[in-house]
Design a protein around this ligand. Sequence first.
Ligand code: GLU
Ligand code: MG
Length: 444
Amino acid sequence: MTMVTTSGMSASDSPRRVAVTFVNHAGAVLVKVVPGTRFAAAAQLGVGFSPVSDAWRIDGLPDDGHPLAVPDGDLRLVADAAALRPLEPAEGWFWAPGDRRHRDGSPYAADQRSFCRARRDALAAEGMTLTAGFEIEWLVAEPGPLGEAMPALAGGPYGADRLMEGLDYAGALLDALDTAGLPWLQFHPEYGAAQFELSLAPGDPIEAADRLVLARLLIQRVTRRFGWRASFSPLPEAVRVGNGGHVHLSLSRRGVPLLQGGDGPGGLPPAGEGLLGALLEALPALLPIGCPLAVSYRRLAPSRWSAPFQVWGVENREAALRLVPAAADGVDAHLELKTADLGANPYLLLGALQALVQEGLRQPRPLPEPVRGDPAQLPRPAQRLPLDLAAASAAFAASLPLRQAMGPLLHDTLVAGQQAEVRRAAALDPEELIASCRWLPLTG
Ligand code: GLU
Ligand code: MG
């Protein structure tokens, strides 16, 4: 008889093969698999990965104009043994995220996960802690005769009928999360047809990004087991609501929460107000990190709760920054960045957010009044965020705090990737653009 542990694994479920992943500049999760017997070496020395993979576009093709589109060089993807988790343990499959390093073990300056960790450490050196958690929305679909995404499950928005239609699917998915030891807070049928949402438990920024990567892999796997496809595309079909990848952030300095306990709007203390003001100003520069695809900007339309306005609000779901005040259940006040979608590389997004938090604490900015109601209906129209990737990329390219935090190699190569995506999209009409990302994360 085998012992069953609290994570649902049995003692015989030891790693026989480990999928080691990183997320490239385009937001694709890339992988090398090692046998369990070689995992210790992968965690110490790493496995080879060419830097060219950051020159790939979302469709997997290299962009010839990208500075990393060269055949030279090699990096080592070093698995993080502490983050090893079961993927499909009964079959011996495990997963671990990795950091890319040079062959001599020194850090690679354009590595996304290392950037996120460096920003975490920089905040910690100032006594700051940022805790983050992602929400994942996805469409469960089958390809129709013209390749369109046909909802695979009936049932209404937030409908218990949809849960019942898909109860076997929901159970299999939540089992997979529990088996992987991946803590989740909530699961529900979302507003759109056959759209679902999963809220992941908050954790430190690396943990939060790792959880998003693993959760998406598990959602993809379980959905395929049912013969369907999961689409995480920001907009799988023009006529449907999009998929967000909202991120929640709470902040504390030396253990004292920064977004509550004051007399400002929503209970903000002065430091929280100054920080929120600075984050609000920086939103255009952050946008191409949270919304990196040309199709992302087709999701960012008014009145779809994708929050395309450069405003903040208390519990306002059309505001790009939504303050959720501290609640009776003891949960700290937190901010929800509603614009972000699942095209984003979560390590870059949380790294950039941490860099902007650090800058905002150093250089607080005045906070405008919170917006109440629909920002599209105000007597003086609210400021829209950049309307396309080209405009957002220009704001990112001009951001000194992000350039300083990222360093020139990471910053320059991200700008090059954004420009490559702008060029890719320019050759497509709107329908072709949506179709080209419809089955995200499947490319090609
Ligand atoms: N599906 C919406 C989006 O694109 C979000 C709906 C919600 O508020 O959860 O972001
Ligand atoms: Mg939602």
